[in-house]
Design a protein around this ligand. Sequence first.
Ligand SMILES: [Zn+2]
Length: 65
Amino acid sequence: MLVETFEHALKKVDQKCCDEDSSCSNYLRYYNNQPYNKLLKRKLAIETLNDIFKITLIVQFLDHN
Ligand SMILES: [Zn+2]
């Protein structure tokens, strides 16, 4: 369930609608985080989500060995 949520999030931020060093209102930018909009970068979200997937795989491997 949680993994599916992260997969969904990755699909969202992996859209090529704006520059990787930026973000847009398609996913990351909302009214509530307006003060931080310039700090929100698509590339960082992708990297973070991919790190989470790697860690999940390592934990699953360790659990089965
Ligand atoms: Zn975009």
